[in-house]
Design a protein around this ligand. Structure first.
Ligand SMILES: Nc1ncnc2c1ncn2[C@@H]1O[C@H](COP(=O)(O)OP(=O)(O)O)[C@@H](O)[C@H]1O
Ligand SMILES: [Mg+2]
Length: 50
């Protein structure tokens, strides 16, 4: 089964830390990410997509 693992991912724009050692593992399925606008949802998806 497809899965995705993030292992201590850190990412920041020049003046904006988005992720700091973020880790998670998810299995294939349908997920939602519910956080306030500007938290980094789009940035996270871009990172995952490379
Ligand atoms: N290319 C970029 N350069 C600098 N800052 C960015 C860039 N893209 C997004 N940001 C900033 O990073 C933060 C997260 O943005 P974003 O990932 O779009 O959040 P979300 O999708 O959760 O609304 C916001 O403060 C946004 O202004
Ligand atoms: Mg977005």
């Amino acid at each position: 089964m497809l899965s995705l693992r993030l292992d201590k991912v850190t990412f920041s724009y020049p003046s904006n830390l988005i992720l700091q050692e973020a880790s998670c593992e998810i299995q294939a399925g349908c997920y939602g990410v519910i956080v306030p606008n500007g938290s980094g949802k789009t940035t996270l998806l871009k990172l995952i997509l490379g």
